[in-house]
Design a binder for this molecule. Sequence first.
Ligand code: ADP
Length: 531
Amino acid sequence: MRPKLVIVYLLIVIAPLAAVGWLGAALARNEQTMVAVRFREVLTGKLNDTASNVAGLIEQRERELMTVSNLSALSPADLRERARASGIVRQYFVLDQEGDLVYPSPSGELMASEVEFLRRTESIWSNGEIPGPNAESQQASRAVQSETRTKGWHVGFWGSGVSLVFWWRDERGAVVGAELNEARLISDIVGILPETTTPEYTGRMSRSRQDDCTTLVDPKDAVVYKWGAYSPNAKETPRADVALFPPLQAWSLKYYSPAAPYGQGMIFSVILGFTAFGVALVVLALYFYRENTRAIRDALQRVSFVNQVSHELKTPLTNIRMYAEMLDGDLGEADTDTRRRLGVIVSESQRLSRLINNVLTFGRNQRKLLTLHRTPGIIDEALRSIISTFDAPLNARGVTVDLVTGAGQEANFDRDALEQIMGNLLSNAEKYAPNSGRLEITSHQNGDTVTITVSDQGPGIAGNLRERIFEPFYRVSNKLTDGVAGAGIGLTIARHLARLHGGNLTLEPSPRGARFKVTLRATMRRSGGTP
Ligand code: ADP
């Protein structure tokens, strides 16, 4: 296969494949992003549901705490006993009107757990973070205001633990509160967490996955609880992350899964489509390649057929011409009619010979087999002899040759090639410049270079076609040339032969008619040397 053809076939296959591939990848990326966003939305929704359940538990805890009536009226012993029995409370406390602690009173007699409580909650009391009824109106509080009572949460951190404090105003108007039992609260939260948070997906998303997990993370980023089989590594970013509602806003739920379980279906269909398209293109390219090779083979067969036929025609034509010329020699002076008829046979057989020679030379040139056979001779003599064979047909078409010679020195050139070049130029003048009068032919020799010009007085050739007329099979179409026989290869061959001769054939500008210039490097014969 020719390299140009290979490039074309590669382009036919690779360019559309690249375009489709790029489009497919862009589409898949887009689809993947959309699915990922949807997936995250669903997961976040699920985590939010869990967070709402936890918020529900906290509200329930608030209600449970506030069911104890008149807490501020109870004695320290009662309060201790209540805390011990409740399970959900670690420590109760009661404030006076100014927000100072009445129980457990820092100045009173305290149990070890109460001392611990005061240490844990020290910042609350020193900063007045839970206001007493009097201070309440002046102080900005973090409390959640309700219509009838004031209540609120306070979250404090100590060491590695968390202190969750709820306070409210009891029926007597005193501010009371309780520190929750952290371990109990967490175990209650874990108790209401769902078995699994993984939503089930169908279609493009993967089906329910076992290898994922959700974690409940405390404010110090420690995992309090984890459910699901997957173990994320320490630096892994969760696929969804939701904070719990106040007062547990510092806690969060995080969902992890090893790989994005979405979009694979889309990527698979893009790859499948891409492969199918690629296969179709390759098949198409192969089909065109086969058709192309067949067309080239057919054309070569036709060319070789034409070559063979032309070869076969050459011998009988030469015989016809030879016998006609012999007959002409045998005729008496008075036999003018027969001589005229024989003249037609000779000139027609010459025309046919020229055509056959053109076809054979063209074929040889295509196969790069065209070579010259230079022999010593005089260009002007060859010119005269060639022109003499055209005298009769040119005269019959109303054209007379005016030859001005100037190449009389011996030179080395291919006589057949010169005959073919001149034959084509003269036959063109005969065909395309009939009744134009003078056909001027000049020859000139300057060292090794011989220049021959052939100028007719016919309609000429438009300047823009100066080069096109030398292209194979190109024929100018106009009123004058239409209907004139020709294959469009005469000038092509003439130029090839001139170039083989180290020269050229060109159409020269001229005021009237067509003026062709042939240049040849016809090496001079030098004594003792070969050209
Ligand atoms: P062909 O004569 O077989 O058509 P050529 O290669 O010899 O092919 O010529 C190419 C074209 O150039 C011709 O078809 C013709 O239109 C134009 N041409 C050639 N010689 C002349 C001329 N002397 N005058 C006008 N037109 C010409």
